[in-house]
Design a protein around this ligand. Structure first.
Ligand code: F6R
Length: 258
């Protein structure tokens, strides 16, 4: 398959990434209503969501006509549990903005039949008309959503066993290591690649190797984020520490420093 290079932008620090990403999302939301958003959780997204909340309160954007689909949720973690992605989304975005609750979708990690829940989620995305703008973070092991290394590029929403490295990275949201979930339900790589546009953001030195593998390494399941080079409408926004190992530096015209 022909490689289609993402647009890469490098800014000074995590703050500047959040600022720039917020401007990007705000512009899209002002351009296109109703909009179907794909959303990620995690530390990288938190400052971006804070800015989207502020923009909503300032009247710059509204989520009233938006629909959102989160990438993933832990299996066996109840929505009310503080470690769940449901709880994360409530805390950082949903409870502060005007999106109708029934249009804020997250896979049900408590579903008895995970495969049926995955199929239902795919059907919901399709019925909504697909995702217009999908926000992605990246794992230090190159995962997108919870598509861990080895994930098939043809994969769709499904149950996945989390890598030990992912469990360790996310342990802070749980009382102790043994309570960190082992399984999750995640949009598949093919599901992700069907989004009409994708914005991946990465901050901090611990993401440098994954960003370099995604952009400069071989395209293949060893680095799930490398699949984004088959998409054609992907923006990658990094801070300097996350971009430090990139061989492909953004063209000057494409590069803004914070
Ligand atoms: C979370 C998700 C993950 C995170 C990634 C980075 O919904 O899909 O792919 O985006 O693990 O997480 P942080 O930002 O916490 O480093």
């Amino acid at each position: 398959m022909k490689e289609r290079a993402p647009r890469i932008e490098v800014v000074g620090n995590a703050n500047a990434v959040a600022e720039r990403a917020a401007a990007f999302v705000i512009a899209r939301m002002r351009d296109r209503q109703p909009i179907n958003l794909g959303l990620a959780t995690g530390a990288t997204m938190t400052p971006l969501y804070a800015r989207l909340v502020a923009a909503t309160h300032a009247g710059l954007i509204s989520f009233r006509a938006a629909t959102s689909f989160n990438l993933d949720e832990y299996v066996g973690v109840a929505p009310q549990s503080p470690g769940s992605f449901h709880a994360y989304m409530q805390e950082h975005l949903f409870r502060h903005v005007d999106m109708p609750a029934e249009r804020a979708r997250i896979p049900d990690g408590m579903a008895i039949e995970v495969a049926a829940e995955a199929a239902r989620y795919e059907a919901q995305i399709a019925a909504a008309g697909g995702i217009d703008l999908l926000l992605l973070g990246i794992g230090a092991n190159g995962h997108i959503g919870f598509n861990e290394p080895g994930s098939d590029f043809a994969s769709r929403t499904r149950e996945i066993w989390l890598d030990e490295a992912t469990r360790i990275a996310n342990a802070g949201n749980f009382p102790d290591r043994v309570s960190v979930p082992r399984r999750a339900i995640t949009m598949g790589i093919a599901t992700i690649l069907e989004a009409r546009s994708i914005l991946l953001i990465a901050t901090g030195p611990e993401k440098a190797a994954a960003v370099a593998a995604a952009i400069d390494g071989p395209i293949g399941p060893a680095c799930p984020a490398s699949a984004l080079r088959q998409h054609g409408n992907v923006d990658v926004l990094c801070d300097e520490p996350a971009a430090a190992a990139l061989a492909t530096r953004p063209r000057a015209s494409n590069r803004r420093r914070a």
